[in-house]
Design a protein around this ligand. Structure first.
Ligand code: ADP
Length: 469
């Protein structure tokens, strides 16, 4: 009873055109997938029955069935070109589906009735079972469109009843005869087919509803993410402005320009400035991340010399390396090593890899930057003999706000955003980033890009703003 209510509620839905395009598409996709399965069953049925009944009539009717199948294949071709949007085309396809269904159901029914008519004694096990299989097949695979399924099943129901009444009319048997038993069994089977059709239809309907819910949920999540990212960006901007002024004032005090700083205050002011810088770094990273993710950052792609790029990046962190007492060396590329990239963004990438390598190194350690070619690619690697990274945390290393949680690592500052930003920048260059590392031994981060061939470089006329991707 409850089933029936849900079923009728679903019908009301069906008559509204909402979602009909999806149903038509689903119906055609499945019909195309099953085309060979159907052909095999029809052919097997024809061969089997041709052996026991008049083969000429069997193959003649089978020919008609095969013809209607051909119409279905043609319809499948036509509707594959349909984008699911144009409703007029959708209606036309729907009409063709209805027509093909009627023709195919009539052809199958006639094929089956022909067998029943040829059986002279009572009992029509073979044709009834064929019809039963066809009906179950339709219930299972045509549940996307209830109207079409009903059309097919109604035609089959006529064939069922015709076969059932055939012997009743032929032999006019008493009610105690097995002919009547067969008749009532057929009625029972018809009810059963109707029941499973409703079940399959509701199952499909359920799936559609779930898909709709998931789609809506997805839209809501997207909208929430958008709001969150806008909020983050506004807050970051609002924080950045007063922070710049605070840092400026602290630097001014530290420089002694506004007067001698008492010894007792020096340490506190130094600490405030240090933490101010950390906060500024975090805000800069947040703003960068937000801009990259929203596509706000314009990348200016130009041909670049990779050795120059690396030299510039190494120079900018030389002071930091000195401070940490880490030796910083480079092995430049011996060949023509150029790529198309955004210089400032790639310097940012190198700075991040270098500052990580330096800050996770022990005093007296070495960081080496190497540029080399690997076939048509260029690899830049940053190798350190520092803390190393434990196994199985790659997702966290490249994730957001993720720092690998070991006491050694916690000693050094950072936002946990650097490598995420780095990865996104590298990927915008169609490049890749990865690392190998051993805990306590060191890490080697490497980035790879498509190499600019000498001939392409000579002809490269790529001005600022040209996109690599
Ligand atoms: P952070 O601001 O913490 O450096 P990153 O995104 O740059 O953030 O790096 C994420 C984490 O990856 C670091 O916190 C650290 O645990 C690990 N990591 C990155 N580079 C190295 C390295 N060269 N040696 C050891 N650990 C590293």
């Amino acid at each position: 009873m409850k089933n029936l209510k849900t079923f009728w509620a679903a019908q009301a839905d069906w008559f509204s055109s909402e979602g009909r395009e999806q149903r038509i598409k689903d119906y055609i996709v499945l019909a195309n997938q099953l085309v060979w399965k159907r052909q095999a069953s029809f052919f097997a049925a024809a061969v089997l029955t041709a052996f026991y009944f008049n083969p000429i009539s069997i193959f003649a009717y089978y020919g008609v069935v095969a013809l209607t199948e051909l119409l279905d294949v043609l319809l499948g071709r036509q509707s594959r070109a349909w984008d699911g949007q144009d409703p007029i085309m959708g209606q036309r396809i729907l009409k063709r589906i209805a027509l093909n269904t009627a023709l195919s159901a009539i052809a199958i029914s006639v094929f089956v009735v022909n067998i029943a008519v040829q059986q002279t004694s009572s009992g029509h096990f073979t044709p009834l079972f064929f019809l039963f299989s066809a009906a179950v097949f339709a219930a299972m695979y045509n549940s996307q469109m209830m109207g079409i399924l009903l059309l097919r099943l109604s035609i089959y129901a006529f064939a069922f009843l015709y076969i059932a009444l055939l012997d009743v009319l032929r032999f006019s048997p008493p009610l105690s005869s097995s002919v009547w038993l067969e008749f009532f069994t057929i009625i029972f089977v018809l009810y059963f087919i109707a029941d499973i059709s409703v079940k399959f239809y509701l199952g499909y309907q359920n799936r559609l509803d779930q898909m709709k819910l998931i789609k809506e949920e997805n839209e809501r999540t997207k909208a929430a993410l958008e709001i969150k990212s806008q909020f983050l960006s506004t807050v970051s901007h609002e924080l950045r402005t007063p922070l710049t002024s605070i840092m400026g004032s602290l630097d001014l005090i530290n420089s002694g320009f506004v007067g001698e700083v008492p010894q007792s205050l020096k340490r506190v002011i130094g600490l405030a400035a240090k933490n101010g810088h950390r906060l500024a770094n975090l805000i800069d990273d947040l703003l960068d991340l937000q801009k990259i993710e929203s596509g706000e950052i314009a990348f200016h792609f130009k041909p670049l010399d990779v050795n120059d790029l690396v030299d510039e990046a190494v120079e900018s962190v030389a002071g930091y390396a000195n401070k940490l007492d880490v030796h910083l060396g480079t092995v430049p590329c011996a060949e023509h090593c150029r790529l198309i990239g955004d210089r400032n963004r790639l310097i940012q990438v190198m700075n991040n890899l270098l500052s990580n390598a330096l800050k996770f190194s022990d005093a007296g350690g070495t960081v080496e930057v190497r540029v080399e070619t690997l076939g048509s690619r260029i690899r830049i690697s940053v190798d350190d003999d520092g803390a190393g990274i434990p196994e199985g945390v790659k997702d966290r290393v490249f994730g957001k706000f993720s720092q690998v949680d070991s006491s050694d690592v916690r000693k050094v500052g950072g936002t946990g955003l650097g490598l995420n930003i780095t990865k996104q920048i590298v990927e915008r260059h169609n490049g890749t980033i990865d690392y190998i590392s051993e805990l306590g031994v060191g890490s080697k981060f490497f980035i790879e890009f498509e190499r600019l061939t000498e001939s392409a470089d000579a002809g490269a006329d790529i001005e600022s703003g040209a996109q690599a991707a």
